[in-house]
Design a protein around this ligand. Structure first.
Ligand code: CP
Ligand code: NVA
Length: 300
């Protein structure tokens, strides 16, 4: 059987994704009970980070340790990645040693190219285009708080970025309605939207998008690599803040999620992210459990 990769949510079938979420919740329970489960003994995950990370690094490294395996952190500063070794060569070499390779980088094409030449499963840990691992945690968190998400209404407010694109793929795979509000020039990629068909509706009015939502999601206005646009974006996105007024448009028991790191006072107010609708700490913790389920799925 050919090797499976996880570059976007579309790499797993809807059934596989649901099974993975169920498994993630089980692994969460086992972890909380202190149960030892080490199916990945002697397995190694190589982790390539070309961008910063707190949650992703710690969750993958902790997850591998808990599953009985090992993780190696590789940064461009002190590997040949930063010195221009061809991606194809790095893929061939790393995948002959490591049982799986996790990559966080800029261009999505880079992880696709890496996967093409890799013997081991490749996991996308964020590119400029997608952040599928975060969506596993977000879906797990929804399922744990509210049950099945199929038929629910989700509002994504802010930038049409990697998180937004992964929400679009999640809407397709899990069968929810996604209402996206962005400024006109910051819409999600048209081809990703088109592929989702009727699951997705675009708005320029954030209050309209939030209307009737069961889940409200936002993300930073300037992603990694866009630091120089921060001040311009802060002005353009100012009407797209998730605050109490916006949450009041959503359903009464609506939840709030944010992949973190968050900027209180910019894309979300402290009142919302630290308030009763927010499940961001469960969401962050679930990165660990969801990725353990993913590693188990890809490696056993
Ligand atoms: N949400 C997320 O991916 O966080 P990190 O950038 O800290 O890994
Ligand atoms: N959109 C953000 C997500 C960070 C986890 C970024 O790419 O920086």
């Amino acid at each position: 059987m050919s090797v499976r990769h996880f570059l976007t949510l579309l790499d797993l079938s809807p059934d596989e994704l649901r099974q993975l979420i169920t498994r993630a919740s089980e692994l969460r329970q086992w972890q909380h009970q202190g149960r030892i489960f080490e199916p990945l003994k002697n397995k190694v995950l190589a982790m390539v980070f070309e961008k910063s990370s707190t949650r992703t690094r710690v969750s993958f490294e902790t997850g591998m340790a808990q599953l009985g395996g090992h993780a190696i952190f590789l940064s461009p500063r002190d590997t040949q990645f930063g010195r221009g070794e061809p991606i194809e060569d790095s893929a061939r070499v790393l995948s002959r040693m490591a049982d799986a390779v996790m990559i966080r980088t800029f261009e999505h094409e880079k992880v696709e190219r890496f996967a093409e030449f890799s013997r081991s499963p490749v996991i996308n840990a964020l590119t400029d285009r997608y952040h599928p691992c975060q969506l596993l945690a977000d879906m797990q968190t929804w399922f744990e708080h509210r049950g099945d998400i199929s038929g629910a209404t989700v509002a994504f407010i802010g930038d049409g970025n990697n998180m937004c694109h992964s929400y679009i793929n999640a809407a397709r795979q899990f069968g929810f309605r996604l209402r996206i509000a962005t400024p006109g020039l910051y819409k999600p990629d048209a081809s990703i939207v088109a592929a989702a068909g009727e699951c997705v509706t675009l708005f320029e009015d954030p209050l309209e998008a939030a209307s009737g939502a069961d889940l409200v999601v936002t993300d930073v206005w300037a992603s990694m690599g866009q630091e120089e646009e921060q001040s311009v974006r802060t002005k353009i996105f100012s009407a797209f803040q998730v605050n109490s007024e916006l949450m009041a448009q959503a359903n009464k028991d609506a939840l709030f999620m944010h992949c973190l790191p968050a900027h209180r006072g910019e894309e979300v107010t402290a009142e919302v992210i630290d308030g009763p609708a927010s499940v961001v700490w469960d969401e962050a913790e679930n990165r660990l459990h969801a990725q353990k389920a993913l590693l188990e799925f890809l490696l056993t």
